[in-house]
Design a binder for this molecule. Structure first.
Ligand code: FAD
Length: 315
């Protein structure tokens, strides 16, 4: 057992749920040490990290961490890993997290595993590849194991601790200052959870006929996020940011409900690791039923409002 670094995923200091998942996983394998990069570390952040068992928190607040794209974060994380002699580093498998992981592994002369859907106590990871055709068990054989873990890979389990805090003075090289952030455009708030982090995703496809109302209402009743197939996105019915699949986002929620989606391999590539899959489709031969845990044959415009009403009744 050694120290397992967990890169804190946060937005302006607000710690995301994925961090609590990583801390839960890290506790299986060793002592979780949280690394908070950038500004915004406050009592609320401290509280979350302490609630999920961080034994120590490194805070590095160099301006470069926010002024430039990922390279300074990889450098800072490498310095934190070296400072505490970490045996592994866990990051969230977001687009940014995976790039940080790759750069970090190069800096540490180590190996990287991305899109892990589970991590065992001996740091053996599970990955689902080739659109779900194979499940791979993999390990980084030597050095510091760098692992990017998909959101929802673990259920966060609280484990109160009193972590020591240490300011980390990081040195950012010139080569990490090559891509400056010139503007940030926050997406309009929907009040729904982030698609890749949501525990529940309700997605609509061509079968919606362009009316995402029933999909959104069910998502809201369940407290979930809305996703879309490429056919729906290409038709201009829903923004590309919500596309699930090979050329969209990869999601791995506890519950994925596909409404009016046929289940093409490129769509499956983005949602096949969901824990429970429910399909609503009027065609009993639709391929999505082959992978669904539960299926309803019928018109989504009839079924979804019924489900929404039932969910609301039980709340
Ligand atoms: P369809 O395949 O047309 O299926 C619609 C389904 O809705 C049918 O099964 C039908 O029975 C059902 N239906 C119709 N009306 C109703 C109703 N009233 N109630 C209930 N069910 C109804 N696709 C993605 O989704 N994501 C990707 O990232 C992606 N990337 C791709 C990348 C490449 C390189 C390529 C070639 C394709 C990609 N695709 C992707 C496209 C993919 O191949 C499919 O074309 C797409 O997923 C189909 O979307 P769909 O299931 O909504 O539509």
């Amino acid at each position: 057992m050694g120290e397992i670094l967990v890169l804190v995923d946060h937005v302006d200091g607000v710690v995301r749920k994925t961090t609590t998942e990583l801390l839960t996983i890290a506790r299986r394998a060793g002592d979780p040490v949280a690394v908070f990069l950038g500004s915004g570390y406050d009592d609320a952040a401290r509280q979350v990290l302490a609630s999920y068992g961080a034994t120590k928190v490194y805070v590095a607040d160099a301006p470069e961490l926010e002024e430039f794209l990922v390279a300074p974060k990889a450098e800072a994380l490498a310095q934190a890993a070296t400072a505490c002699g970490a045996v592994a580093v866990l990051v969230t498998a977001s687009a940014e997290g995976k790039e940080i992981a790759a750069r970090l592994a190069v800096k540490l002369g180590s190996g990287v595993i991305t899109d892990a859907t589970d991590v065992a106590a001996d740091l053996t990871t599970t990955q689902s590849v080739f659109a779900g055709g194979y499940t791979v068990a993999a390990q980084v054989p030597s050095g510091v194991a760098v692992i990017a873990v998909k959101p929802n890979a673990a259920t966060p389990e609280p484990s109160p601790s009193s972590p020591a805090e240490e300011k980390l003075a990081v040195t950012i090289s010139d080569s990490a200052r090559r891509a400056r952030i010139v503007a940030r455009a926050p997406r309009a708030a929907t009040g729904r959870p982030e698609l890749t982090e949501a525990a529940i995703v309700v997605s609509g496809g061509r079968g919606t006929g362009g009316d995402f109302g029933p999909v959104e209402e069910l998502a809201d009743a369940l407290g979930g996020a809305v996703g879309a197939s490429r056919a729906a996105v290409d038709s201009g019915w829903y923004p590309h940011a919500y596309q699930v699949g090979q050329t969209g986002k990869t999601v791995s929620p506890q519950l994925y409900l596909a409404a009016g989606i046929s289940g093409a391999i490129q769509h499956r590539a983005g949602m096949q690791t969901s824990k429970t899959i429910v399909a609503v489709n009027k065609d009993p031969e639709a391929p999505i039923f082959a992978m669904a845990d539960f299926g309803v044959v019928g018109d989504l415009h009839t079924i979804l409002p019924q489900v929404t009403a039932e969910v609301r009744k039980r709340k």
